[in-house]
Each structure stands twice: as C-alpha cells, then as structure tokens.
Design a protein around this ligand. Structure first.
Ligand code: HEM
Length: 210
C-alpha cells in the first residue's frame, strides 16, 4: 500500500503544480499540456512517456486497491469472531473513511479522464485547448461539476492525511517523536494539496481565470 501510494502522491503533487500554470494564462497552460505529450522526445517517440506514465499509474492504482483488499481480509481472519460491541469512534475521521474515500476518488478519476483527457463529458471537449475545457468545466452554470470536483478533492485530502501517516509507519517509523512529525507533515501536505487543487475551480468561479 505504501509504495503504490507514494507513487500516486508524487503524481498528485506534480499534477497540482501543472494545474497552477493556469494562473499564467491560456497560452502557457495549453503549451504545458502539449509539452506533457512530448516529454522524453527525441529519445522516445511522442506520447510514449505519457503512455508509460499512464501504465505505471494504472498498475499502481490496481496494486493499491488489491493491497487494501488483502489487508482487509487479513484483518478479518485475525479476528474471525466479530466484536459484539464495537466502539463508534476508532481513530481519526480520515482513518475511518479510507475505504469509501478511495471509492469516491476512483469514481472521480474515471469521470475526470472522460472530462479533461478525452473531452467526452466536457462542455467544450477540445483536445487542443485544455484551458478552454477547464474554464468551461467550472463556469457558474456548471456548478454541479464544480461541487463534485470540490468534494473529490476534499476526499483526496482526507485519504492522503491518513495515507501518508500510515505509509511512514509502514516504512519503518516507530518512535513517538517520529509519529508526531509524521502526523503534522501528513496534515500540512494534505492541506497544501487540497488548497492547490481547489484554487483552480475557485479562480474560475470568481472570474480570475476566464
Ligand atoms: C481542480 C482540479 C483538477 C484540474 C483542474 C485538473 C486538470 C486536468 C487536466 C487539464 C487534465 C488533462 C491533461 C491533458 O491531457 O492535457 C488532467 C488529467 C488527469 N488528471 Fe487532473 N485535474 C484536477 C484534479 C485531479 C485530481 C484530484 C486527480 C486525482 C485524484 C487527477 C488526476 C488526473 C489524471 C489521472 C489525469 C489523466 C492524465 C493522462 O491523461 O494520462 N486530477 N487533469
């Protein structure tokens, strides 16, 4: 879970940084999106890097979900007789919402690829102009899509908060001081990520990006 999760987190930060280029204008953003298709050239043919990245991400997501299922099964086996009385509050909100948060994020990514990669469900859906696609997505009249994005981004934040903390523990962190540092770092990284992602729809909504 930790290794596949870290790969996904690295992608999330790189993707957030790329999205923030929207504040430099349409030409810069579209140029950046075009560059994504040419990374690795001329060593690799055009779009090869993109497809390698897509393959790695897909394998990481499948590995992450499979590891979650294996861990859940192990936990059930370790305690074949269910608790008669299960206290309601167990761990943080982030920890308790990992499974359903993960499902929401997965559904969001499917919608998101159909929206901004293939353009299938986007009001503009022009592959050559991703800036126009993003602006159309978060236009006030399309508020339900903005709400869906915002909810998914917050779900990513909760998932990351507990995920980063657990990954650090899995990779060997055991001291009380380290635990405190891991908890704070996980919170800070999640807040930065959520703010960075939310900045784009918010900027479109208030007309800063148009
Ligand atoms: C407001 C927030 C977001 C914006 C504005 C945004 C924008 C975009 C855009 C414009 C693309 C298409 C890039 C291109 O092919 O030219 C894209 C692709 C993608 N985004 Fe996002 N994104 C956001 C949030 C997210 C989140 C939260 C995730 C993951 C949980 C995510 C995962 C992806 C993935 C997996 C792709 C497909 C990359 C590919 O084509 O291989 N995005 N995004």
């Amino acid at each position: 879970m930790a290794v596949t999760g870290i790969l996904l987190v690295l992608f999330l930060f790189a993707h957030m940084a790329g999205n923030l280029k929207i504040f430099f204008g349409g030409a810069t953003f579209d140029h950046y999106a075009h560059w994504l298709r040419t990374i690795g050239t001329p060593l690799l043919p055009e779009t090869w890097y993109l497809w390698i990245q897509r393959t790695v991400l897909t394998v990481a997501v499948i590995g992450h979900v499979a590891a979650a299922a294996i861990l859940a099964r192990r936990a059930r086996k370790a305690r074949p007789v269910r608790y008669v009385h299960r206290p309601k509050v167990q761990g943080s909100y982030a920890a308790r919402t990992m499974r359903w948060g993960g499902v929401i994020i997965l559904l969001f990514v499917i919608y998101h690829v159909l929206d901004l990669t293939t353009g299938t469900v986007n009001p503009v859906g022009d592959e050559q102009h991703p800036y126009a696609n993003v602006v159309a997505d978060f236009a006030p009249g399309h508020w339900y899509v903005t709400v869906f994005y915002a909810l998914a981004i917050v779900a990513v934040g909760f998932h990351l908060r507990h995920g980063i903390f657990s990954a650090v523990r899995t990779l060997g962190q055991q001291t009380a001081r380290g635990e405190r540092i891991a908890r704070i770092s996980a919170l800070v990284l999640s807040v930065v990520l959520v703010a960075g992602y939310l900045a784009v729809p918010f900027a479109v909504l208030i007309g800063l990006v148009k």
